[in-house]
Design a protein. Sequence first.
Length: 317
Amino acid sequence: MPTSSIAQPAINRPLAGHARTGVEDGGGRTASAAVRVRGLTKVYGAGEAAVHALRGVDLDVGRGELTAIMGPSGSGKSTLLHVMAALDRPSAGEVDLEGIGLARATGRQLTALRRDRLGFVFQEFNLVPTLTAWENITLPLEIGHKAYDMVWLDHLVDTLGLRERLKHRPAQLSGGQSQRVACARALAARPAVVFADEPTGNLDSAAAHDVLAFLRRAVDELGQTVVMVTHDPGAAGWADRVVFLADGRIVGERTNPTREDVLAFLGGAGAEESRAGGLAAGVSAAQDSRSVAGVESTGAASKGPAAARLGSGTRTV
């Protein structure tokens, strides 16, 4: 769990000028989209007990970009991620993921899609306790009966600093090490899209930095597409784009944001757009209760290679 006793490292956000792979069409949509959502609605229950988690969401996720989704508890952000990731079905609307229409796909097709084309990182790590770190990393390959690309797997292991932990089981790993194993597992099969649901929520500041830096490098150096749900303005500052949700609707977005940009939206125009500050209040409460995992953004003015954005004196992955 996050702890205030651990020194808070300064974190450089992605610096301005990072190339975007999609070309916006003027409506906030990108011509090269890994995920395309139109009119997405999700309703749980029926009648007076119905809960409208998503209300007509339109969204394109740019290929080769890190997109952050923010909102208070109950805003629909995790529901949106789960529907985009084929973990849940929409009540109405369309989701196109890598050219596959999820609303019309069969259960078997969705299972194959999740197994072969998607990677997942969860707040609770979701490692198999009886397997070693190495066995957890390679589990998607085993399930999919895929050959090991040892050059790729060695690169992931060494980049994430897991070489000395491969024979350890989850109970023998710290939270940060567990989440790095989860990151390696997510990328082991070279997925088209990685979905990360609050990946730093249970980590201290240093471990959160390592995970965010790795996801950023995966985008910059490997062309990976990452969709990340977060409460944390500091974590959102690592993204190419942040999308704000409130009451199941998109209420705003920012491109190449800094932490200060996110906070300004939450406390300024975004507060009005999100129904008298509901979004700002929800995120502020999350910050206060979790200390935002100690993840801060320096708001540097220029953008460079992933290694440069780690900053002098900060930890590398």
